[in-house]
Design a protein around this ligand. Structure first.
Ligand SMILES: [Zn+2]
Length: 417
C-alpha cells in the first residue's frame, strides 16, 4: 500500500467501473493509485495517499488501453504509389537522408493517430526505415507523443520478388544469423520473419501462401531471438509455412491459413498465438483495384488467402484454447491507423466472439503474444497505467461499436485527450 507516502507525482483515481479482460467481469467502484507511469495499487478498498492528486472518474467505464498487434507505421493506409513496385528505385530512395526524415515523420503521425483512438501500444512488424527505433525511444522518453511502440525494425525474408521495402533479404543460414543479430543489436523488441509469400508483391497466382524460409533457417532465427528473450512472429499465409514455423520454434503466426487439427493441436500445446488481421483482408476484398492499387494477381492471391484465414480462424475458435490476438495490418493500402476497433468488431460480428472475449484479444491476449503481460494488457499492480474511458451510458460491453470512440484516453496515467 502506498498510503502515507508523500509524493506530489501520485495520482488517485476513484469512482470508476473497471472492465477486466482477464477475469472477464466488471469491478464496480474501483480506486487506483498511479505513481511514475505505473499502477501502484488498484482495487475497491484503497485509501487516497497523502499529497496525491485526486481524480473522480464519475462512474465511467474503464478499459485497459487497446493494443494493435500488427501494423506498419511507415505506411499511412493510403494506397501505395506505383513506384513502390520498382525495386531499384525504392533501394535508391531508401539510401537518401530525405527519405529517412519523411519516414520518421510519417511513422510519428501513425503512432499519434493510434494513440488518439485509444490504441496505447502498437507492435510494428516491418518498417521502410529503421528510424522507427529512434521514434520508439523518443516516445518512451517523453520527447515525442504517440502510442508505445514495440518494433521488429525490419522483417527477415528469403530473397525473392516481394517485401523488399520492409525486409532484410537473406538466402542462407549465415545471412539469417547476421540479420537477426543486426536487428537485436539495433534494439528490436521482437523478430518478424516471412515464412510464406505475401499478397502485396505477389507475382504468380499461388505465391501469397507459398512456403519460403526453411524450418532450419526459422530454427536458427528463433534460437538466437529466444536467447535474447525476444519473441518471433511469422507472416504465414499457408499451412506449409505454418508447420515450418511451428517446427522452427515460432511464437505466433500473422494472418493465418486454413489451420487443420494437427496444426491447432500444436498451437494450443505450445501456446502459439494467431493474429488473423481480418481488417486487411476485408479492405482488399471490398475495394476496387483502382482504390487499392493492387495488381490483378495480387487481388486473386488475396481472395485465396482471405478464404483460408476465415476457415482457419473458425477452426481455431471451434478447437478452443487457441491464443487469438488482434492486429489489423494498419499501414497497408486502405487499412488506416487508429481503427483497431474494426478488427475487434469483426471478431464479434462475424466470428461470434462475445464482446469481452474480443476485447480480450486486443488487450491481454496481445500482451501475452508480445511477451509483455507483466506491463500491458490489463490494469494491475506494476503495469503501465494505460486506459480508455467511456461515459456511464456508453458501456462497450453492451455495444462493441463504442470502441471506435472512447470518451478519453490515458497513457501512463496522463490524460491525452
Ligand atoms: Zn503486415
Amino acid at each position: 500500500m502506498a498510503t502515507g507516502e508523500a509524493s506530489s507525482k501520485k495520482k488517485y483515481f476513484y469512482n470508476f467501473n473497471y472492465i477486466d479482460p482477464v477475469a472477464e467481469t466488471i469491478h464496480s467502484n474501483i480506486k487506483m493509485i498511479i505513481s511514475d507511469q505505473i499502477i501502484q495499487n488498484i482495487g475497491s478498498n484503497i485509501e487516497k495517499p497523502e499529497n496525491s492528486i485526486k481524480i473522480d472518474l464519475k462512474n465511467q467505464w474503464i478499459l485497459p488501453g487497446l493494443i494493435n498487434n500488427h501494423c506498419h507505421l511507415s505506411g499511412s493506409g493510403k494506397p501505395l504509389p506505383k513506384f513502390i513496385n520498382n525495386d531499384r528505385l525504392v533501394k535508391f530512395i531508401q539510401k537518401r537522408k530525405i527519405f529517412k526524415r519523411i519516414m520518421y515523420n510519417d511513422m510519428k503521425k501513425s503512432a499519434m493517430t493510434a494513440l488518439m483512438s485509444g490504441t496505447t501500444t502498437v507492435r510494428s512488424l516491418g518498417e521502410a526505415d529503421l528510424s522507427v527505433f529512434d521514434l520508439r525511444d523518443k516516445i518512451n522518453s517523453g520527447e515525442e507523443l504517440g502510442a508505445r511502440i514495440f518494433t521488429a525494425g525490419k522483417a527477415i525474408a528469403l530473397k525473392a520478388d516481394h517485401g523488399e521495402v520492409i525486409s532484410i533479404e537473406i538466402t542462407n543460414i549465415e545471412e539469417a544469423k547476421r540479420a537477426v543479430n543486426f536487428l537485436i543489436n539495433r534494439g528490436a523488441d521482437c523478430i518478424k520473419i516471412m515464412a510464406t509469400g505475401a499478397v502485396t508483391g505477389a507475382k504468380t497466382l499461388d505465391s501469397a501462401g507459398k512456403a519460403e524460409l526453411s524450418p532450419e533457417i526459422i530454427n536458427v532465427i528463433c534460437d538466437i531471438a529466444h536467447k535474447h528473450k525476444l519473441k518471433v512472429t511469422a507472416h504465414s499465409e499457408g499451412n506449409e509455412g505454418a508447420l515450418n514455423s511451428i517446427s522452427g520454434g515460432i511464437d505466433s503466426l500473422e494472418h493465418g491459413s486454413n489451420y487443420d487439427d494437427d496444426i491447432l493441436k500444436q498451437m494450443k500445446e505450445k501456446q502459439i498465438g494467431t493474429i488473423p488481421t481480418l481488417a486487411a483482408g476485408h479492405a482488399y476484398s471490398n475495394h476496387s483495384r483502382k482504390e487499392t492499387g493492387l495488381t490483378e494477381i495480387e487481388v486473386l492471391n488475396d481472395h485465396r488467402v482471405v478464404k483460408n484465414i476465415d476457415i482457419g480462424l473458425r477452426n481455431a475458435i471451434k478447437f478452443g484454447g487457441i491464443l487469438i490476438g488482434a492486429g489489423d495490418d494498419a499501414g497497408i493500402p486502405l487499412v488506416y491507423h487508429g481503427k483497431i476497433a474494426q478488427e475487434i468488431t469483426m471478431l464479434h460480428n462475424e466470428y461470434g466472439l462475445s464482446t469481452i472475449k474480443c476485447i480480450q484479444c486486443a488487450t491481454i491476449n496481445n500482451a501475452k503474444i508480445m511477451g509483455r503481460e507483466d506491463k500491458l494488457g490489463s490494469l494491475d499492480n506494476g503495469k503501465f497505467a494505460d486506459f480508455i474511458v467511456f461515459a456511464p451510458d456508453r458501456n462497450p460491453l453492451e455495444n462493441v461499436d463504442l470502441l471506435f470512440h472512447p470518451d478519453s484516453v490515458y497513457k501512463e496515467g496522463v490524460k491525452i485527450r
